[in-house]
Design a protein. Structure first.
Length: 116
């Protein structure tokens, strides 16, 4: 009897494609928002679904230069009281772009769940 076992890479990719609940931190002008961060595998894009009805394409995966764990970004510093409510281990910053000065995406995970 042969079992249909999903490879771990496919399971992880499906989990990321479905999206996960996060809080996105912005600079001074905009309060942090709860939403969903996901990846579209067909186009290799990171997509943000905020509280509004529309989606925002953040960047393509090819433009990501670095991902850092923690709260060491100006966006987290702008909203210190909000950032305090999140553990350092669930926060990360994505640096992306094609210009010399990179853009950043500051994220705090809202739920920790194992990937199965």
């Amino acid at each position: 009897m042969q079992r249909n076992i999903i490879p771990p890479e496919e399971s992880c990719a499906h989990y990321i494609e479905d999206g996960t609940s996060v809080k996105r931190f912005y600079s001074h002008r905009h309060r942090p928002d709860n939403g969903k961060l996901s990846i579209r595998r067909e186009t290799s894009q990171i997509v943000w679904e905020g509280p509004g009805p529309s989606e925002e394409i953040i960047t393509s995966l090819s433009e990501i230069k670095e991902i850092r764990r923690g709260k060491s970004s100006k966006d987290f510093n702008s909203w210190k009281s909000e950032a305090k409510t999140h553990n350092e281990s669930v926060c990360f910053i994505v640096y992306f772009g094609t210009d010399f000065k990179l853009k950043s995406l500051s994220i705090a995970g809202l739920f920790i769940s194992p990937i199965t």
